[in-house]
Design a protein around this ligand. Structure first.
Ligand code: BES
Ligand code: ZN
Length: 682
């Protein structure tokens, strides 16, 4: 325990109380008698599944083996234009068509080469489906070994963002980047856009001579600008890992095989924040086997990047919002790196099994963090993630609270992108660790990554392998019913192992003490707090605080001015719910500057609870629109469109009591409360 003893003593009674409360929740239940049945060891099959509900492709008839891109990247017209040439593996002797996914692409020509040179091929491009885009069906009688499509992207392509120089840090050169997961690759390359198909690729990209171009491929740290770049990705990857970026990017090494690409003004801060990257790679290798992708570099994007990170192979794309100066948010790097095993090496064959990617990755992330930053730190991350899961799962319909989602329940792949896949998935692996032992689970996972390397698999394939390789050796450790509950039942299983974090327990005590007495925790204590402690401090607050309470916190901790997005994403919604107007100007500045969905959506969601807030949200969106990524714009528009209807005029006044400390208040807008309940409360 690293805290001064006198402080610790004064907080101990409350701390013990919070431990007791936590212990009253769930305890792990011992293994029951209906033990899981071990299965025979499955052969790793390199066949694609017949159907991915989010793709028009028919990989059981023909599969892309290699893609060769030759594209002109033009900032003025905001387009990529050129050719995509596919080398095909025809699986079905009867097949005579290649069906590709596209979205908002202009198709200019389609040709095939069956050994007698390029010949035009007939094709049809269907009307666009709002979720999946347009099916491109190419008639290919004679099963040509190669097909070539000449096309151009639309300036509004959902998978690309084009930024004016003014939206970059340097302010002089434009910037562009892709975000292909889950089904946006089809907006910049016609593809079999399903994670069930893997292929190698090469690319030749031409562009203006003053920008650097990078891809999810063999980027050369010594690359020179000059308008033409070539890339090769010799390992088979699924389409959602296709990536490209261009702008004023420079490189600085972290280690021999790792470094940072960023705008010149950011690169030094990024190298300092992420200096532990090599240690993370070495840790993951020790646990799960060699890093198989040669280099591991980070690309720092502008703050409009819609995600925290994206595991594009050899070059993770990273939000700059985690560069906070104390390395407290670098578990994001551990996460994206972990995908080099869970996701990029062994991939979910369709998005309904997203937990195989994100759940495994969240578990591996925590193991890397634990090895480098210690158990205390890793435990804080578990506790924060699980609190988030417990809150979010309430809002998710039961069919999507399961790990192995039924395709029919996930019309949109976004449906599976919740903390269920991430945190319930990781929790399941921690449950297996608890039951089988860490050493056994580590050996199992290492074998799993080897066995299915460079393949795309489904939950049943994982379960067969689990039973054959882990359960068979210790059949009483888990029961069939427990496995079924984890994989196929909604909610959080009773067998979920509990993690306690004494450090966050102290934060609970400090918060409770402040709520009860207005006494802020001693500065010597909070001076030691990391982002995780501040996150927890804010997350445990009641739904609303009084203006006096908000002002007291803001004066002491300058929350409204925080450069830390994880704090801002919790403080600003609290400010909106509490009607704390002082926070609005910095809040609006934050919402315009940052496009990372996770950080800004909670504030928009809080705003749209009142008509006044909807007006603010609309106004901010209009100002932010030029800098937002299409993915972020779509999410914000959706939240505004779904804003609750304004409440009817009140018939009689409704009295509202102040919430007790620790008790969740009513939402700021109670539809029954009329105008009195709107616009926050003092
Ligand atoms: N692969 C995801 C990002 C993603 C998921 C993009 C689904 C599109 C659809 C990435 O690895 C990720 O999980 N990023 C998280 C950070 C992580 C530390 C939980 C994010 O962006 O917040
Ligand atoms: Zn991830």
């Amino acid at each position: 325990m690293r805290f001064p003893l006198n402080l610790f003593r004064s907080l101990v009674p409350l701390f013990v109380l919070s431990l007791l409360l936590a212990a009253c929740q769930r305890e792990p239940t011992p293994g029951t008698t209906d033990t899981a049945t071990p299965a025979k060891r499955p052969e790793a099959a390199v066949t694609a599944p017949d159907r991915d509900e989010h793709s028009y492709a028919e990989p059981h008839r023909v599969m892309i083996e290699d893609l060769a891109l030759d594209l002109a990247l033009d900032f003025d017209s905001r387009t990529l234009a050129g050719t995509a040439t596919y080398t095909l593996d025809w699986k079905d002797g009867e097949a005579d068509a290649l069906v590709l996914d596209t979205r908002d692409l202009t198709i200019e020509a389609v040709e095939g080469d069956a050994g007698d040179g390029w010949q035009p091929l007939d094709y049809t491009l269907d009307d666009a489906d709002p979720l999946f885009g347009s099916r491109l069906a190419i008639q290919a009688p004679g099963q040509p070994g190669q097909v070539r499509v000449t096309y151009r992207t639309s300036p509004g392509a959902s998978g690309l963002q084009w930024l004016e120089p003014s939206m970059t840090e340097g302010g002089e050169l434009p910037f562009m980047f892709s975000q292909s997961q889950a089904i946006h690759a089809r907006s910049w390359v016609p593809l079999q856009d399903t994670p069930g198909v893997r292929y190698t690729y090469t690319a030749r990209i031409t562009t203006r001579p003053d920008v650097m171009v990078l891809m999810s491929a063999d980027n050369d740290p010594d690359a020179q600008r000059g308008g033409e770049f070539t890339f090769s990705m010799p390992q088979k990857i699924p389409s959602y890992l296709m990536a490209i970026a261009a702008g004023d990017l420079v490189f600085k090494p972290i280690s021999g095989r790792s470094g940072v690409w960023a705008e010149p003004a950011t690169v030094d801060a990024a190298v300092a924040e992420f200096e532990d990257t090599e240690q993370m790679i070495a840790t993951a290798e020790e646990l799960y086997g060699p890093y198989r992708w040669e280099r591991y570099d980070l690309l720092i994007l502008p703050p409009s990047f819609p995600y925290g990170g994206m595991e594009n192979p050899r070059l993770s794309f990273i939000t700059p919002t985690v560069i906070v100066g104390d390395k407290s948010l670098v578990s994001l790097i551990a996460h994206e790196l972990a995908h080099s095993w869970s996701g990029n090496l062994v991939t979910n064959a369709s998005w309904k099994d997203m937990w195989l990617n994100e759940g495994f990755t969240s578990y591996v992330e925590n193991r890397i963090v634990e090895a480098i930053y210690g158990e205390e730190f890793a435990d804080m991350e578990w506790v924060i993630a699980r609190r988030g899961l417990e809150q979010e799962i309430e809002t998710v319909r039961p069919a999507l609270q399961v790990l192995a989602v039924d395709g029919a329940d996930a019309a949109d792949p976004e449906d599976t992108f919740s903390s269920v896949a991430y945190d319930k998935g990781a929790w399941f692996l921690q449950f297996l660790e608890e039951r089988f032992g860490r050493e056994q689970l580590d050996a199992f996972l290492r074998g799993y990554f080897d066995h299915f390397a460079f393949q795309s698999i489904s939950t049943p394939q994982f379960v067969d392998y689990l039973k054959a390789e882990l359960v068979a050796a210790d059949p009483t450790a888990v029961s069939e019913a427990e496995l079924d509950e984890w994989l196929h039942q909604p909610g959080i299983p009773a067998s979920a192992p509990q993690v306690l974090s004494p450090r966050l327990g102290l934060v609970d005590s400090a918060r409770l003490a402040w709520l009860g007495s207005a006494q802020l925790p001693p500065p010597q204590l909070t001076a030691e707090w990391s982002s995780q402690e501040w996150i927890h401090f804010l997350e445990g607050m009641p739904e609303t605080l009084s203006l006096e309470q908000m002002a007291q916190l803001d004066t002491a901790y300058m929350f409204s001015q925080t450069p830390n997005g994880e704090i801002a994403m919790r403080w600003f919604p609290l400010a909106v719910r509490s009607g704390y107007a002082v926070a609005y100007p910095p809040m609006e500045e934050f919402l315009v500057r940052v496009g990372r969905r996770k950080l800004i959506m909670p504030t928009y969601e809080a705003l749209v609870q009142s008509p006044e807030g909807v007006a603010v949200a609309r106004d901010v969106l209009e100002r932010a629109r030029p800098g937002y990524h299409p993915i972020t714009t779509a999410s914000v528009e959706q939240v505004i469109a779904r804003a609750p209807e304004p409440a009817p005029a009140p018939v009689s006044p409704v009295l509202e009591g102040e919430p007790e400390p620790g008790e969740a208040a009513e939402p700021a807008i109670d539809p029954e409360a009329g105008d009195a309940g709107q616009g926050g409360r003092a």
